[in-house]
Write a protein that binds this ligand. Structure first.
Ligand code: SF4
Ligand code: SF4
Length: 421
């Protein structure tokens, strides 16, 4: 037997966390505990039978002949090329009724005139392609996707019929600012196998109302809290559905975020999954933020204490949604296909388009460029030796594409900690 390459030992909150980034197993030990069984095979050999069993079953100690690195690479590549599951992110328009300053899409005004054509061509594409997959996820994104709720629901009605006829499963997800959501549209989305709906609050009322404002200048904090409290009870019988409340940390503190979370009725909290993120700079937003990813655990703890669920990391052996190759793309208002839309000024993320007949025309050089970026961790000496490789997998592909392969290492808190929650 040998010690796994991926045992990470960290002191957290006066405890010792031992975490294996490959198996995702974690153990909390009292401060001062002897951790040698996780680091040294001689110490492991001297341990009692029960300890040995726990350590081997949880991947902290592995068979001599196991090559964990090659296994991770295999799983990652297998996921990269697997097309059983397919996720299309629909961006029918970049228009929004909010004007959040950090949104990379805030300056776009185009799109409205193309929405009809967008869904017509999308249907042609879907007719030719959705039935090739066992499961299709349709994610509604924007802009604000619910500006076109009727068009979206009409398309989902079509998908429902097509999936029955052609024997595939489909489910949906929505990222919305929440302002246009009604009980009626929410119920309809739930009946289209809604898997996740995400609404964002910026830190606290004061902060939120200065950032997430309607184009008219009207604030939105009170409206969104009211909607969340009204809508969550409608979803409790849908056991596969996740209501996601994203809290953006932006020059805030724990006391203010606590006040925000306490606005959510106690009986609703256990049905809400918290996703907490520190706002970071993009090409469209360059402001100072006193909050960073290193504080996330404190906020996760707060959420748990108040009765919320903390959203589990879902990108197992995948660095982000955008490294899913053929099983993932964003379909933009002009029917171009993008791997990542976090920087629309960087057009190498555009890997092709769908023509008027619903046929995909790829840009091979951009497909390969993205592939190289997604695979680079397995060629990089530092990544190969990194204990966080199974969680981080080399980090943001977009960053590497833009910076000639240079990687931006993630901290443990960002890469691995979400898996222990
Ligand atoms: S910005 Fe990077 S990490 Fe985020 S979705 Fe795009 S490629 Fe993935
Ligand atoms: S990018 Fe950095 S943190 Fe991520 S696997 Fe590579 S070396 Fe590790």
């Amino acid at each position: 037997m040998k010690i796994s390459k991926y045992n990470i030992i960290k002191e957290i909150d006066n405890k010792i966390l031992v975490y294996n980034s490959f198996s995702k197993a974690s153990i909390f030990l009292e401060k001062g505990s002897d951790t040698s069984v996780f680091e040294n095979i001689e110490a492991f050999n001297k341990a009692d039978k029960e300890t040995k069993k726990v350590l081997t079953e949880n991947g902290f100690v592995v068979d001599d002949e196991r090559d964990e690195f090659s296994e991770i690479k295999y799983i990652y590549e297998q996921k990269y090329f697997d097309t059983n599951f397919f996720n299309i992110v629909l961006v029918p328009s970049l228009l929004c009724n909010f004007k959040c300053p950090y949104c990379c899409e805030k300056d776009y005004t185009c799109g409205k005139e193309n929405v009809k054509k967008y869904f017509e061509v999308l249907k042609k594409y879907a007719k030719k392609n959705f039935s090739k997959h066992n499961v299709v996820q349709i994610s509604l994104f924007g802009g604000e996707p619910l500006l076109y709720v009727n068009e979206c629901l009409d398309f989902l009605d079509w998908v429902q019929k097509d999936s029955e006829k052609n024997n595939y499963k489909y489910f949906t997800s929505v990222v919305t600012n929440g302002s246009l959501l009604t009980k009626e549209s929410f119920k309809k989305l739930l009946d289209h196998n809604l898997y996740s709906l995400q609404i964002t609050i910026d830190s606290d009322k004061e902060n939120h109302d200065s950032m997430r404002i309607f184009k008219t200048g009207k604030p939105s904090f009170d409206l969104l809290i009211k909607k969340i409290n009204e809508l969550v009870p409608l979803s409790i019988d849908y056991d596969k559905f996740q209501f996601v409340l994203r809290i953006n940390l932006n020059n805030t503190n724990i006391k203010k975020v606590k006040a925000t979370l306490e606005e959510i009725k106690k009986e609703n909290r256990k049905y809400i999954n918290l996703l907490i993120r520190a706002i970071y700079n993009t090409h469209a937003y360059k402001e100072k933020n006193t909050n960073s990813v290193n504080e996330l655990k404190e906020y996760f703890d707060l959420g748990t204490k108040l009765g919320f669920k903390v959203l589990k990391e879902k990108y197992n052996y995948q660095t982000c949604e955008a490294c899913g190759d053929r099983k993932f793309f964003n379909l933009m208002p002009d029917l171009s296909i993008w791997k990542c839309i976090n920087d629309l000024g960087y057009d190498k993320c555009c890997i092709g388009k769908i023509d008027d007949n619903g046929e995909v025309i790829l840009k091979p050089e951009n497909v390969v460029n993205w592939y190289k970026s997604c695979m680079s961790a397995f060629l990089d000496k530092e990544c190969i030796d990194c204990k966080m490789l199974p969680d981080c997998l080399g980090g943001c592909p977009l960053y590497k594409c833009k910076n000639k392969g240079k990687k931006s290492c993630r901290s443990f808190d960002m890469s691995s900690l979400p898996f222990t929650y």
